[in-house]
Design a protein around this ligand. Structure first.
Ligand SMILES: *[C@@H]1O[C@H](CO)[C@@H](O)[C@H](O)[C@H]1NC(C)=O
Ligand SMILES: *[C@@H]1O[C@H](CO)[C@@H](O)[C@H](O)[C@H]1NC(C)=O
Length: 621
């Protein structure tokens, strides 16, 4: 509705509606235009209107409408369309008697007190949550007059609560001049806050509303949680309160979109006809948004039937009251366990300065924490998860029974001896060392003995998303000689602050593949965790050629820690791996293959490479 000049297109529209279809007295139209010019709160939208009307009158193109009510509706459509403001209406009401609303301040104090008593309700709900319902926002003068009463019966009592539900669902009337009082109670004395700018067209004055440096009684301040309830009936000054608190990020709004009233609307008689025009004569502009609650209303943060708003607000307050503890707990966990100690101070600082105002559910909190941690760390392993079923914090691998062993080997391992005596070994999960020991003899018999005498081996890790890291040294050992023992990598564990050098094992069951035959490892973007560590170690020690896609990144162990006693869990990488070759920390990003290939093509690429090597060897002979 705001903005835009009285454009030629709108002029044409007004011209047709006003004059193309009416027998309205031209003088009356000019009167109406004058009223608009002197009273409409968007004068910038009226530029050129009067000239256009005059021109239309001169051209004399008039349709006759004799029914005045019909004429009034035609005019309403015209003026609303031309100015794009649904509040503008023209009516024909020859018997209209204007009613003046009673001026509150002029009422006797006794009556004022009764009025305030009837429109204010205060309770303390469980968990020391305050509930304050105000059905009429009183103006500046009344508020000043009733100061001590309000202080003793409302604000000082509210001040003792831990958080507040401020119910404006039934607030359908009120005065804008009372808004600064209310906002001030929910702000600090300093700095003063610019709340609203109100332009009044008839007086051509602009008034800024600010918070007040001194008010009677105790402030609620701006730290404690505040929720404002709205309904579709919430209107006028109450909307100004809700809109301001929302955009100051001082309150979350729960309920329905508010009515979308106006600062001030007047019904003005056109000349001395029986026609009236209803005009918004003042407008409000919020300094933060540059817009207003007028017409479009205040949209809630939690959109819910007004009837359910109190219960919802109580739940919301419970969620929000857990936020500080959750942040503290996440900070503690990171400080204690995160493997990259040099990054910890930046995390803690970032968490401290993060604004959690918009968090309205545990899911929100998890997402917010996740996004914030990711944005500082760029470490995809650092995660906050929300889960209803408690993840096992120390999941112990299950040792299979004798009957289960055959089944496990069957489902876990896929082997083949390909042409050229090339062994192919695929397994999709890294089993725990205890499990490996349990299935060892069978594994050697059913799987390993068929591959160990091949000339070249392809190890397919494309579908291996990881598992336990305990068996990595055992697995690696098969691809090295018994002497000397090889240093595979070093693990630094944050939770125990120990450094462990991981070595090949001196003794294993079965035959070794040895250190001289070629090995190719196939990877995909899914290759992760322990599978990635195996791949990286083999690459690091120059023992295998890696073909495929870069692996998922991250590798090695993350601990899962409960955040406070909530349903949120933090997954924190608590180990760092140092390369045995360079002594430097392994990158958190994935293993780069020697030969890049789509995961689907990796096997055939490996086979081609092996075939061409065999060809060269043959030629060499
Ligand atoms: C608010 O709490 C304070 C101290 O906790 C107490 O002295 C005061 O009387 C309480 N005020 C009201 C209105 O309950
Ligand atoms: C309204 O006031 C402004 C200055 O505050 C002035 O420039 C403008 O001409 C005035 N408009 C009318 C219609 O008096």
């Amino acid at each position: 509705m705001a903005g835009g000049r009285f454009s030629p297109a709108l002029l044409v529209l007004l011209y047709h509606v006003l004059f193309g279809s009416s027998s309205f007295q031209p003088a009356l139209v000019l009167d109406m235009a004058k009223i608009l010019l002197n009273n409409y709160c968007f004068p910038e939208n009226l530029v050129g209107m009067q000239e256009a009307i005059q021109q239309a009158i001169n051209s004399g193109e008039i349709l006759k409408i004799y029914d005045r009510k019909t004429l009034a509706s035609v005019l309403t459509v015209g003026v609303q369309g031309a100015l794009n403001d649904p509040r503008l209406t023209v009516s024909f009401e020859p018997n209209f008697v204007p009613v003046m609303p009673p001026a509150l301040p002029s009422l006797p104090t006794e009556q004022l007190i009764r009025l305030v008593r009837n429109s204010v309700k205060l309770e303390v709900l469980k968990n020391n949550v305050g509930y304050l319902r105000i059905d009429q926002i009183i103006g500046e003068e009344t508020a000043t007059k009733l100061g001590p009463l309000l202080r003793d019966n409302v604000w000082n009592k509210v001040a003792n609560t831990s958080s507040l539900i401020f119910d404006l669902r039934y607030s359908t009337a009120g005065e804008l001049s009372g808004v600064p009082f209310i906002i001030s109670y929910f702000s600090d004395p300093e700095p003063l806050i610019h709340i609203d700018t109100v332009f009044d067209r008839p007086s051509n004055t602009t008034k800024e509303l600010w918070t007040m440096s001194s008010i009677m009684g105790e402030r609620y301040g701006k730290q404690k949680d505040l929720i404002v309830l709205t309904s579709k009936r919430t209107m006028g000054a109450a909307e100004a309160v809700a809109y301001t608190l929302k955009h100051l990020k001082r309150a979350n709004i729960v309920g329905e979109r508010s009515a979308g009233g106006s600062v001030k609307v007047e019904k003005i008689r056109i000349g001395d006809s029986g026609f009236y025009i209803t005009i918004p004569v003042a407008r409000s502009v919020n300094p933060i948004t540059g817009q207003s609650w007028e017409v479009s209303g205040v949209s809630p943060s939690v959109n819910i039937n007004a009837k359910e708003a109190v219960a919802n607000a109580q739940n919301l307050l419970a969620v929000r009251s857990a936020i500080p503890r959750a942040i503290q707990s996440v900070s503690d966990i990171i400080r204690q366990y995160y493997s990259f100690t040099d990054r910890v101070p930046a995390f803690l600082q970032h968490l401290e300065s993060t604004d959690f105002f918009s968090v309205i559910s545990e899911e929100d909190l998890a997402n917010k924490l996740n996004n914030e941690l990711q944005s500082v760390s760029e470490d995809p392993r650092l995660m906050i998860k929300l889960t209803q079923d408690h993840p096992s914090l120390h999941d112990m691998p299950k040792i299979p029974t004798a009957q289960e062993v055959g089944y496990i080997i069957d489902t876990l391992f896929k082997i083949e001896v390909m042409p050229g005596n090339v062994g192919y070994l695929r397994f999709d999960m890294m089993a725990d060392i205890e499990v490996m020991r349990a299935i060892g003899p069978q594994l050697i018999k059913l799987v390993w003995s068929k591959l160990v005498n091949t000339d070249t081996m392809i190890i397919d890790m494309r579908y291996n998303t990881g598992g336990y890291s305990t068996a990595i040294p055992l697995l690696c050992t098969y691809f090295f000689d018994a002497e000397p023992l090889r240093h595979l990598y070093t693990v630094f564990d944050r939770s125990t602050t120990t450094m462990t050098e991981v070595m090949t094992l001196p003794q294993i069951q079965g035959q070794r593949y040895g250190s001289t035959k070629d090995i190719y490892i196939l990877t995909s973007q899914m290759t992760g965790s322990a599978a990635e560590v195996f791949t990286r170690a083999m690459k690091d020690l120059n023992r295998a050629k890696v073909i495929g896609e870069p692996t998922i990144g991250g590798s090695l162990s993350s601990g899962t820690y409960q955040i406070g006693n909530s349903i949120l869990y933090a997954s924190i990488p608590n180990q760092v791996v140092l390369s045995a070759v360079t002594g430097k920390v392994w990158s958190v990003s994935g293993v780069e293959p020697h030969v890049a290939a789509q995961a689907n093509d990796a096997l055939s690429v490996a086979q081609r490479i092996i075939a061409s090597r065999l060809l060269k060897q043959d030629k060499g002979k």
